[in-house]
Design a protein around this ligand. Structure first.
Ligand code: C5P
Length: 233
């Protein structure tokens, strides 16, 4: 992705409290481009918690993984409520539809509205049960195209889908991939993973990595070495 601060790593700061998130941000901030804060963090720590994390790593972009999904007017209002934080990325569910994605884009014109197509926790049977027929890949590609047409400038996708998604959305959309593990790292609850190198060579722009970095004894070293050599000694 052009103009994107490298290295292209977003650390998932899934921390139990604000002071831990601030500590982690301080450690990893010099070595990554982006810090990802999720819904749990936002609900517990609020805008003030986000500001404290951002202040601990002032060169990092802030990725608010709120996965918004509501009527367009309400999503626009929710986006407006975080505008002060100037997040670089805010996630919304593609399944909210084209008008909802567009409402988010209009409410946060300086943010990359980042669409989540199909949750990777959904099996093919789960998808059929909610009315999404066809293969999971069909749904992912259809929702990716819909979201980009509606103005989303980034998409979350599994590393195993990134090449197919890239082929349908073109080069300007930022593809964000969780499920990334350095060689030899514990998988945690991730089932299908790629290495950082594989995900990047398949077309990912930003790798979301949490526990392999935040759970390391030396978080700074783990972040610094993610792209070059796996785990710290
Ligand atoms: O610790 P780990 O590297 O597994 O963290 C991955 C992060 O990416 C977590 O914050 C998780 O919620 C998020 N995520 C994911 N899979 C998705 C979407 C988001 O792991 N499909």
């Amino acid at each position: 992705m052009k103009g994107f601060r490298t290295p292209p790593i977003a650390v998932a700061l899934d921390a139990p409290d604000v002071s831990t998130a601030v500590l982690w941000a301080t450690d990893v901030g010099p070595h990554v481009s982006t810090l990802k804060l999720g819904l749990q963090f936002y609900l517990a720590a609020g805008a003030e918690g986000v500001r404290r994390v951002a202040a601990a790593a002032p060169d990092c972009r802030i990725f608010l993984d709120l996965k918004l999904h509501d009527i367009p007017n309400t999503v626009a209002g929710a986006c407006g409520a975080v505008a002060d934080l100037a997040p670089d990325f805010v996630t919304v569910h593609s399944l909210g539809g084209s008008a909802m994605v567009s409402a988010a884009v209009e409410a946060l014109p300086d943010t990359r509205i980042t669409a989540v197509t199909v949750l990777t926790s959904m099996s093919p049977a789960d998808l059929r049960a909610v009315g999404l027929e066809g293969s999971p890949a069909d749904s992912v590609l259809r929702l990716a195209e819909l979201s980009v047409r509606a103005g989303a400038r980034a998409l979350v996708c599994s590393p195993h889908e990134v090449a197919q998604v890239r082929a349908v959305v073109g080069g300007d959309v930022v593809l964000v991939t969780p499920g990334v593990r350095p060689p030899g790292a514990a998988l945690g609850d991730q089932k299908r993973v790629s290495t950082p190198q594989q995900a990047l060579s398949d077309g990912a722009d930003l790798l979301v990595v949490g526990r392999p970095i935040t759970g390391a004894d030396d978080r700074a070293a783990a972040a610094a070495r993610l792209l070059t050599g796996g785990l710290p000694e």
